[in-house]
Design a binder for this molecule. Structure first.
Ligand code: ATP
Length: 246
């Protein structure tokens, strides 16, 4: 469902993403890992059509993101790192507004709102104004807007960032459930999250993929490693080390 081929993004003299290729099939939840500045957000922004690649291609459900962006984006739900919300709207009216933007009207709109309120456990706050929500509910509202049109492909940039442990647990559960019939990529710095929610993970370092496999197979990359955390530390360089080397 997601096909990324030889993706490169250069900012000035900085090669942020350096020849990255991978694909994600329906039913897969792919964790996207890497140290700060590794190129995760830049890759995701190219997959979502927000950045145009310097070279390489992205196809969603067979549709090329550069050649047919509108068609490709119809298949896509995106939760950016700092998702915007209209704070004076109620949760239900905000989601209704997002549905309209996606071309969902009338009875289908009502159905779509009810579906995401239920999926994201937002029913109890449906008539509450967005600016009075707690951080966790606000975050779930952002999540709900990204799936209002029931997309085949879902891209989530650090979807549990800033949530409390209960909320993190809930969001991971949501991702895992939704992953059964979608192709999902999500970036995270929390390695236990990958073991809890992902069927596969990619580790990216200085713009290049350095590991790709199931959480179990990644653990075997470093003999004797007891956790993904240990594998991650052994095969990536910390941001500070990169600065020293530069
Ligand atoms: N718009 C931009 N202009 C110039 N450089 C950029 C731009 N966006 C990202 N970069 C650079 O590209 C590199 C990769 O950044 P990116 O945000 O993709 O990393 P990341 O893996 O998402 O990091 P983090 O975990 O800190 O969010 C960094 O060196 C960053 O400074």
């Amino acid at each position: 469902m997601i096909q990324v081929k030889n993706l490169i993004k250069v900012f000035g003299t900085k090669v942020a993403v350096d020849d990255v290729s991978f694909s994600v099939e329906k039913g897969e939840v792919l964790g996207f890992l890497g140290p700060n500045g590794a190129g995760k957000s830049t890759t995701m922004r190219m997959v979502t059509g927000y950045f145009r690649p310097t070279s390489g291609s992205v196809k969603l459900c067979g549709v090329d993101m550069v050649e047919e962006p509108e068609l490709a984006k119809q298949r896509l739900g995106y939760l950016p790192e700092n998702a915007p919300l209209y704070s004076d709207m109620t949760v239900a009216s905000f989601l209704g507004f997002c549905a309209e933007l996606r071309g969902i009207h009338g009875a289908a709109r009502t159905k779509a709102i009810d579906r995401v309120l239920d999926l994201c456990f937002l029913d109890s706050v449906r008539n509450q104004s967005v600016d009075t929500l707690s951080k966790g509910y606000r975050h779930r509202t952002c999540f709900a807007q990204s799936i209002i049109h029931d997309p085949d492909v879902l891209i989530l940039d650090e979807p549990t960032d800033g949530l409390d442990p209960n909320q993190k647990h809930e969001v991971r559960g949501m991702i895992k459930r939704m992953g059964q019939d979608k192709a999902i990529i999500f970036s995270t710095h929390i390695l236990e999250e990958v073991e809890a929610a992902c069927s596969r993970a990619i580790i990216i370092d200085r713009g290049k993929i350095v590991a790709d496999g199931t959480p179990e197979s990644l653990k075997k990359l470093v003999p004797g490693a007891a956790s993904l955390d240990e594998v991650f530390r052994k095969i990536t360089k910390p941001d500070t080390a990169q600065k020293k080397a530069a």
